[in-house]
Design a protein around this ligand. Structure first.
Ligand code: 4AD
Ligand code: MG
Length: 466
């Protein structure tokens, strides 16, 4: 069994059963005739105590190998444990050393290593307790979200990674280069220059968002979603930006109210906040109680999250700035909300997650649906305490003339977006959707300080180790 299964089974039925455990030695304590090792097999945060007698160890060929970090296969009998930390342990009678590990050389043998040190050892950091917990928490979270969207009749769609459009129009795309043929492959022709820097002759990028492609599928399957990697060459060296991150995006036809979009966002995130996670106790160990209480409050099904228009939010920010001059940037109507503004709105004004709606047209991408007033669009950002924006979404402009206008206004090439305009030409439906930053959701709920510790192998400005 895995260690997780072993702890799920009640002790009585398991006691005295022979078990075989494959895993890694996390720590070892030797006494005169006996040694205790803590064994982890990655299946859960729980580890198993293994008890070795000197007879068992003497039988094995390389006694030395029972060291921190080594990989072992143990056979033995399960029994009650008298230790205060666990109710069961395994009395080992045979041990097989699968992989030795010299503790003198092992880079992560020490107990407390800084996050920076572990980033430098990205290939080994999954072996630490917090990173392993985060990885399992990501998995639990994506399962919960998948279940939520399945239950809501959304179809999971595989959207492309290589694209011809910059969906957000922010100009921070990574370009794709068809691999130049190495000179040593003499029989194949050297590609021409044009082809080298493009996708077979055509400019191509790594996707920044799957939205436009989801819209195409939503105009037939009606309710669709994806969880996909996204790539942005942002220079921001912040604790909430990655160059490669994961986004859950949903898009559905016949949505006409912003409130309905926000409702799906809220319920999907609440399903994650309410999931039973074996990892959260460990992840939450070091976060202040107020933060735990704030997550607890946000998870309540009977209490809806707040919503405020961008215009009202700016007015509130200005009032506060006039009175206290606490912000580095003056809030002004028409300007972007800075991260300090976003956090103040969620933490101070509302004290919880808040949807900020109807931003000025000039701040948002071309595809958002124009409001009647002509200077704002039907969109929202979800802001949460301690982090800021974790979701962005909108109704999409389904009226062809208005969309054509917006394409021009944003300086986009109408030919590039011909296929996107077609979606409106041929049986276009009112629709909308959103993108939820998966890594940021994990960051918010887990309380992990930096987004770089919310993904196993982070890529961020200037950094890609393996
Ligand atoms: O607000 P964004 O840019 O919205 C879109 O891309 C829309 N096309 C989504 C849609 O409507 N389908 O990104 C959505 C979310 C952000 O709120 C944020 O949580 C996350 O994606 N995000 C990032 N997460 C980590 N690192 C980055 N560099 C991120 N950029 C955006
Ligand atoms: Mg956004």
């Amino acid at each position: 069994p895995t260690i997780r299964q072993l702890f799920q089974t009640d002790l009585v039925s398991f006691k005295s059963k022979r078990v075989q455990i494959n895993g890694w030695v996390k720590s070892i304590r030797r006494q005169k005739r006996i040694a205790f090792a803590v064994i982890s097999d990655g299946s859960s945060p729980q580890s198993l105590q293994a008890v070795f007698t000197d007879v068992t160890l003497a039988k094995s060929t390389c006694y030395r190998s029972l060291t921190n970090g080594s990989c072992v296969r143990l056979s033995g009998v399960l029994s009650d444990s008298v230790g205060p930390e666990q109710d069961r342990e395994v009395q080992v009678d045979a041990v097989e050393y699968l992989g030795e590990c010299d503790p003198a050389e092992y880079p992560i043998a020490k107990q407390s290593l800084t996050v920076e040190y572990l980033r430098d050892h990205a290939h080994l950091r999954a072996r630490t307790v917090p990173v392993a917990s985060m990885i399992r928490f990501r998995d639990q979270t994506q399962r919960t979200l998948r279940r939520f969207f399945e239950d809501e009749d959304f179809t999971y769609v595989h959207t492309p990674i290589i694209t011809a459009n910059d969906c957000e129009g922010a100009g921070d795309t990574f370009s794709v280069t068809s691999s130049p043929t190495p000179a040593t492959h003499s029989q194949s022709q050297a590609p021409d220059k044009e082809k080298k820097s493009h996708f077979f002759g055509r400019p191509a990028y790594l996707t920044v968002s799957s939205q436009l492609h989801l819209e195409a599928v939503a105009s037939s399957l009606a309710r669709v979603y994806t969880l996909s990697p996204c790539f942005r060459a942002e220079r921001s060296q912040t604790g909430r930006h990655l160059s490669e991150f994961w986004m859950l995006e949903a898009e559905w036809a016949f949505a006409t109210q912003l409130r309905d979009l926000c409702d799906v966002v809220e319920r999907s995130i609440k399903s994650v906040l309410n999931q039973q996670s074996s990892e959260l106790p460990a992840l939450h160990q070091d976060i202040p109680d107020v933060r735990k209480a704030s997550l607890e409050a946000a998870s309540r099904w009977d209490k809806s999250w707040a919503s405020i228009s961008y215009t009202d939010a700016v007015a509130e920010l200005q009032k506060y700035q006039d009175a206290y001059r606490k912000f580095r940037f003056d809030p002004t109507w028409g300007g972007p909300l800075q991260s300090e503004h976003e956090r103040w709105l969620a933490e101070q004004l509302v004290g919880g997650p808040v949807f900020v709606t109807d931003y000025p047209t000039s701040l948002k991408p071309f595809y958002m649906r124009a409001n009647e007033n002509g200077n704002t669009v039907a969109c929202f950002d979800l802001l949460v305490p301690h982090l800021g924006e974790i979701v962005g979404g909108s109704l999409r402009e389904e009226r062809l003339p208005l969309l054509e206008e917006a394409v021009k206004l944003h300086g986009l090439d109408p030919e590039e977006y011909g296929w996107y305009l077609d979606l409106r030409k041929y049986g276009g439906a009112p629709h909308g959707g959103f993108g939820l930053g998966f890594d940021r959701l994990v960051q918010w709920i887990s309380g992990i300080e930096n987004i770089r510790e919310c993904i196993p192998m982070p890529r961020y400005a200037g950094r890609m180790l393996l």
